[in-house]
Design a protein around this ligand. Sequence first.
Ligand SMILES: [Fe+2]
Length: 390
Amino acid sequence: MKLELPYLDHLAFKNQSQYKISNYNIFETLYNSLLENRNFQSQNTNIIEIENQCITILFQIFDELKEQAIEEREILFLEELFFHADRLLKEDINVYKARILSYNFNKNDSNFHDKKYTIGQISKQCLDKINFEIKDLIELFRKNALSGKTTREDLSMNSGQVVRKVVNELNKDFNENGILNLLSHYMGVKQTVIGVSVELSVPNSNWWNVDYSVYQRQPKTLYFHYDESIAYPKSIVYLSDVDENNGATSCVPSFNKNVNMSALQFIIGRAIACVGKTKGTKLNSFYKHKYHQTFGCPTFKNDFSKLPNELRFSSHFGWDVIPDSELEIFLLNDEVKVIGEAGTFIVFDGGTLPHRGGLLKSNERVALQVIFGNYNSIYRRLINKLKKYI
Ligand SMILES: [Fe+2]
């Protein structure tokens, strides 16, 4: 028996007037055939055809939903949700396509494909160099934290010369220790480090607290989430020693196999986090989104709750797990925590593997959040930049 997602029973998401949709099981079959990497060449199945069918069905679903919406805000909500769902669906399919095409020629022998993560250590030399580069930045973050400034902007940096140097050091080390090769096999296209965020985490950040008053306590699964994209594998590299009390990153590798989640929910769940967030849009003016929380605004939570059960999911589901539910117990039992000294890293597929980290009880954590991506797209961007000057 698979576990149910929390939205079915959660009291804060009850809605008497949920939309209804026809049976779209065919979407599951089509999407999963791409996800499962079937041998398309021998079956003579056309990937493009499947892609077009998926896109058409998603469009039909939202057409059905919009017919049932009443208020202007609800229609705008559905239009924006469709925009992001369509974008993510196309991005997902591109990832599966690259994998299918490369798998037909090159079988992947790594178990990363099943586990979706691996743990290791960067070299001492790389660690020392990075620590030297970032020391002034970390001092600045510490000053911010001491004066009560604890938003992500106050305590992290993802651009500039220091960050570029860190990217270069990591690329050298991840090349030598085989991580880039492993990810290139996994993604079906050559991977490289495309971005880094240098981060300080401290215990007085409290953005993760949830205040659904329908239950007596918060779930113990706060901040479990999937990243929005499956196109960019991630790594967290510790630059300070990390244990259970100062923000260990963790993941639940057995979650996907044990939970009843459809392909549509997987797409909608990641799209919902983007809806109504763009400042200056009419939809944004209807909501009072809370920093870093998907359902901090009650009106937005209501609009989400009107979606049919077949679609309801939020990628940041950790906040919405029902206290004392089977799901909460399962997540806590199967949570794999990455504990280790400075230099320890986890590389993972954050779009497919639920994870959390950086919630501190004491002390501090210095870490790098690393984003991998397609080597060729970086190369092409560089060429385009250079062309402007030629
Ligand atoms: Fe994440």
